[in-house]
Design a protein around this ligand. Structure first.
Ligand SMILES: Nc1ncnc2c1ncn2[C@@H]1O[C@H](COP(=O)(O)OP(=O)(O)OP(=O)(O)O)[C@@H](O)[C@H]1O
Ligand SMILES: [Mg+2]
Length: 254
């Protein structure tokens, strides 16, 4: 891990127990800014639990979590979300009857609802216009520009995942956690999803923490990788080193 100040998120000896089971056992991870940091490992390794701890969905039993240099340990998830660390869930959950555009507009952070502005129609209209422009920019980034008028329920699996990413971007997220973004998606489209994510990282400087099972497809898109097994980090390093590591091979093939 590089210079300390470049880390947008890090944990110190983070642990979570379910009964006697250490789902996350004294884990230290660091996510550098403007990277795709990938979390891999077999079923039950503790990946989802770790991300749930970092995003305030679960409370740790011990250890610390820092986001943008702030100790966010024990913060409720809505507060972490407002701080700019957004978690999209495995099951995409947009408003299915709203259009793609409306879904992004609903997630946009703005002060349109500011009661002080409400009486001034021109101000309100200008804000509306800016929001729509911003929403289209975001939709362009996830390949949904031409589908803006579709109701969300008409989208395919890969498009729904990208709508989730679009909504996370709309909130102004600096760090987006994606749990299996290509899970259940046709392999033909899986690379597309990861290409969009990579492009967003490179052009807008958004950081991604990505849990993924299909390392064959996902590894080439990662900047840095953590491998977990039974609650512990067993490897961290560059994607090119992952598949050579004997402990990783043991866990995946043993
Ligand atoms: N709410 C819970 N109550 C009890 N045990 C849990 C709970 N959530 C997770 N576990 C256990 O904690 C361990 C880690 O689970 P977790 O879901 O974090 O793994 P994972 O790496 O995300 O696995 P997968 O790849 O299957 O999604 C597992 O043994 C799981 O059964
Ligand atoms: Mg999981």
């Amino acid at each position: 891990m590089g210079e300390l100040d470049k880390r947008i998120l890090w944990t110190e000896s983070l642990s979570k127990f379910f009964g006697g089971l250490a789902a996350v056992n004294s884990v230290n991870i660091g996510v550098r800014e403007k990277t795709i940091t990938m979390l891999i490992g077999p079923n039950g390794a503790g990946k989802t639990t770790l991300v749930n701890l970092c995003t305030g969905v679960l409370k740790p039993d011990s250890g610390k979590i820092y986001f943008l240099g702030k100790d966010i340990t024990g913060w409720p998830s809505h507060k972490i979300y407002r701080e700019g660390f957004v978690r999209t869930f495995q099951i995409p959950s947009p408003f299915l009857k709203l259009t793609v555009l409306e879904n992004v507009l609903a997630a946009l952070k703005n002060d349109a609802e500011n009661p002080l502005k409400a009486p001034f129609r021109t101000m309100w209209l200008k804000q509306e216009e800016e929001n729509i422009e911003r929403a289209f920019k975001i939709l362009g980034k996830v390949g949904l520009e031409d589908a803006w008028y579709y109701e969300a329920f008409k989208l395919g699996g890969a498009q729904l995942k990208m709508l989730e990413v679009a909504r996370a971007l709309a909130t102004g997220a600096k760090l987006i956690a994606l749990d299996e973004p290509i899970g259940g998606v046709d392999p033909a489209y899986a690379g597309d999803i990861l290409s969009y994510v990579k492009n967003i990282k490179e052009t807008w400087g958004v950081t991604f923490l990505l849990i993924e099972h299909r390392i064959d497809i996902a590894l080439p898109f990662a900047d840095y990788v953590y491998v977990m097994d039974r609650g512990s980090v067993i490897f961290e390093g560059l994607p090119s080193e992952v598949e050579k590591n004997s402990r990783v091979i043991e866990v995946y093939l043993g």
